[in-house]
Design a protein around this ligand. Structure first.
Ligand code: SF4
Length: 231
């Protein structure tokens, strides 16, 4: 049985509910249901603007927050910005939790991971590196970078699988230092611009605290991607 619009929220989390039937090893935890209902009620209450909740590890906080948030976001055409502390949880969300929820809900919602700009290749800097000698880098690295730039769709430097601290990662990075902005001849193909443009359409954007607060507190203005609810 799949979710329908008439499925009570508590039915997701009960010992014989949708999660139990769909996911082997699922354990009913009353605190998870309590948290999910609290999030649901909070989102429906226009008088409330912020909610704080605390639960120990193992309660299933991610699903308790995401299920009511996504269900309501879909019916109200809202966009969710989900912040995490580190890459491990981001990868779990993108690689496991959100695909599972999409299958469970039988709803086609869009989501993606927005990394900090320093994680993407800067085309201008990368092309300037061609033929350059980089101390500490293997001689082929700039050539491999050039080949990769012709194939990659995201420009995410992690696709290069270079060891952390490799000089190429710094030299080719689109970190704000040296970005020409609107004056850049590569602006139309810039991976940072492309990532931000794609993220505008995602209904669930996953990002990290550092990226968010570097915009909010760092004098860069508002966060560059639209969101209605911040988790
Ligand atoms: S707009 Fe900035 S980050 Fe993008 S390619 Fe140009 S210099 Fe690099």
């Amino acid at each position: 049985m799949n979710y329908t619009t008439k499925t009570p929220l508590s039915d997701f989390f009960s010992s014989s509910g949708l999660l139990a039937r769909r996911f082997e090893g699922y354990e009913h935890r009353p605190q998870q249901t309590e948290l999910a209902l609290a999030v649901h009620d909070f989102l429906l209450d226009p008088a409330q603007s912020a909610m704080a909740a605390e639960a120990p590890p193992g309660v299933g906080k991610t699903f308790a927050v995401l299920i009511p948030s996504i269900l309501l976001a879909l019916t109200r055409e809202k966009h969710i910005l989900f912040l995490t502390a580190g890459i491990a949880l981001q990868e779990q969300l993108i690689g496991k939790d959100l695909p599972k929820l999409r299958s469970l809900l039988g709803k086609s919602f869009t989501y993606g991971l927005l990394k900090g700009r320093g994680n993407y290749a800067c085309l201008r800097r990368s092309f300037a590196l061609q033929g350059a000698y980089l101390p500490g880098a293997e001689g082929r690295a700039p050539l491999d970078l050039r080949r990769w730039l012709e194939e990659t769709e995201s420009g995410d430097l992690a696709e290069l699988s270079l060891p952390a601290g490799h000089p190429l990662l710094f030299q080719a990075s689109a970190g704000a230092r040296g970005c020409l902005g609107a004056a850049c001849p590569f602006r139309g193909r810039c991976f940072v611009v492309q990532a931000l443009r794609e993220a505008q359409d995602w209904q669930v954007v996953v990002a990290n605290y550092h990226l968010f607060f570097s915009h909010i507190l760092g004098g860069k203005g508002s966060f560059p991607v639209r969101y209605d609810w911040l988790v």
